[in-house]
Design a protein around this ligand. Structure first.
Ligand SMILES: Cc1cc2nc3c(=O)[nH]c(=O)nc-3n(C[C@H](O)[C@H](O)[C@H](O)COP(=O)(O)OP(=O)(O)OC[C@H]3O[C@@H](n4cnc5c(N)ncnc54)[C@H](O)[C@@H]3O)c2cc1C
Length: 435
């Protein structure tokens, strides 16, 4: 328990939310000696928000910058170096994880462990005060209307007003700070939202292509399933689909199991396995940006920007945005820039770092989950592309954020993939033919 009685002296920064975005922001500000109060209603380690996450190596590089050791958050999770995308029973494509910062692997991380580890690391910073089990109910304003603090209900049930020169909403997709501050939604896509359910399993059969490979099964009917090996010999098994077809009206557990059973490629691995957690899930994952900030307030992580989970970029984006925000807040505190300049710069940089990927992700959801290809097209054009080494290499670089999302699959790569696919098929059809 790290709850301390907050000070009556205004903090430089009050952060609401103590997981990837909030905790890493507090660490970066703590390095500069800024007086920070970080508040979370959870007690750590706690059940995480809905998320069964891949932790990308790009995100691990940002944790390295904060000297958070990999062994602490990874625990015994296997290093995942390959994923396999199956499209119905038509074909299977292989992809190798692109290297980032010397790591050629990612993890399916245990979120309770990761978040608890970040929270614990805050104790390294003398100027950072942690307050857990504390629910922020409202924002305070000064006479000019500028946000000047928070009203919080502490664990003992008492309410307290705490003053800060600014308040950061790192409080996730349903952000109270965004609501209370009146943050506008600046961009939103509602045409391709998905819903998902997941649970953890043990005793599952290894994947036939590679025992710790990630299996992604695209069912071609608006649904997809993922088997993600994780800690303690378990796997997270996700069932997701386009929201207009993912209609859980009654028993979600029954709906989940019925979904898994429908797809033999997945069910054959689970038929003798045990589901070791209850199911969790989310309806209609939001795809949006909010206004980054205003007088005395600013948003970071999912509170600022949330998107479909298909490309597993949420934690990386949260860590990256917190890095950009920390730099802006340090400059503001040191008087190098005004509050308005700091927030405008942060918003500009955060949009420039994430927006193209946001659209690349949603275009992929549209292509792979919302579009039903006729069998001939899936068996030919799609197969030629997805089983092409160069196409998949670039896709892997995209997920690693090592190439610009706008041009990750330019026409020459697509045409090359088609040409190689056709050539390979012809070779198979005409034994002895030379390429
Ligand atoms: C189904 C699903 C799968 C996902 N899979 C992946 C994946 O594979 N890889 C990946 O990188 N990302 C994934 N994500 C996204 C990832 O979970 C988020 O991007 C990430 O958690 C955002 O971190 P955050 O710190 O912004 O917010 P959160 O992790 O949501 O943390 C917000 C914190 O704020 C606290 N809080 C909220 N309101 C208050 C309040 N009023 N008072 C006090 N505290 C408050 C909460 O208790 C919480 O601790 C997935 C998300 C979902 C829904």
């Amino acid at each position: 328990m790290s709850t301390t009685r907050p000070s009556s002296e205004p903090y430089d920064v009050i952060i609401v939310g103590g997981r990837p975005a909030g905790a890493t922001l507090a660490m970066r500000l703590g390095r500069h000696g800024m007086r920070v109060l970080i508040v979370d209603r959870a007690n750590f380690p706690s059940a995480p928000p809905v998320s069964v996450p891949f932790l990308m190596n790009s995100a691990m590089s940002l944790l390295d910058e904060l000297e958070v050791p990999e062994s602490e958050y990874a625990h015994d999770a296997p290093r995942l170096r390959h994923f396999f995308v199956e499209y119905k029973d038509y074909f299977r494509a292989h992809c190798t994880i692109a290297e980032v910062g010397g790591r050629d692997y990612i993890y399916t991380v245990d979120r309770a462990r990761l978040d608890g580890c970040l929270w614990n690391h805050l104790s390294r910073f003398d100027s950072v005060t942690r307050l857990e089990g504390a629910h922020v109910n409202a924002l305070e304003r000064d006479a000019s209307g500028r946000i000047s603090g928070i009203k919080v209900r502490l664990e003992d049930g008492t309410e307290q007003v705490i003053a800060g020169r600014c308040v950061v909403g790192a409080d996730g997709r349903y952000s109270l700070v965004a609501r209370e501050a009146g943050a506008r939604v600046t961009e939103q896509r509602t045409d391709v939202d998905t819903s998902s359910l997941y649970a953890y399993w043990s005793g599952y059969a290894p994947y036939d292509a590679e025992p710790t490979g990630i299996q992604i099964h695209t069912a071609g009917d608006g649904f997809s399933l993922i088997v993600m090996p994780t800690t303690e010999g378990r796997a997270g098994v996700v069932f997701q689909g386009r929201s207009d077809r993912f209609l859980v009206t009654g028993d979600a557990q029954a709906y989940y199991l019925e979904g898994l059973r429908r797809y033999p490629a997945i069910w054959r691995r689970l038929a003798h396995a045990t589901q070791v957690s209850s199911i969790r899930g989310i309806k209609r994952i939001g795809n949006l940006y909010r206004q980054a900030g205003g007088p005395g307030w600013v948003l970071v992580g999912d509170a600022f920007h949330q998107k479909d989970t298909i490309d597993a970029q949420g934690i990386y984006d949260a860590l990256l945005e917190s890095k950009l925000l920390a730099a802006a807040l340090v400059d503001w505190k040191q008087g190098a820039v005004s509050w308005e300049e700091a927030i405008a710069r942060y918003e500009r940089e955060a949009l420039s770092a994430t927006r193209a990927m946001f659209h690349a992700t949603l275009d992929r959801v549209k292509r792979e989950i919302y579009t039903e290809l006729p069998p001939w097209a899936a068996r030919s054009v799609l197969r030629w592309m997805m089983t092409d080494g160069e196409y998949m290499r670039r896709f892997s670089l995209l997920l690693a954020r090592r190439i610009a999302p706008e041009g990750w699959a330019p026409p020459n790569v697509l045409l090359g993939a088609l040409a190689r696919g056709i050539t390979n098929d012809l070779r198979r059809l005409v034994p002895g033919a030379r390429g």
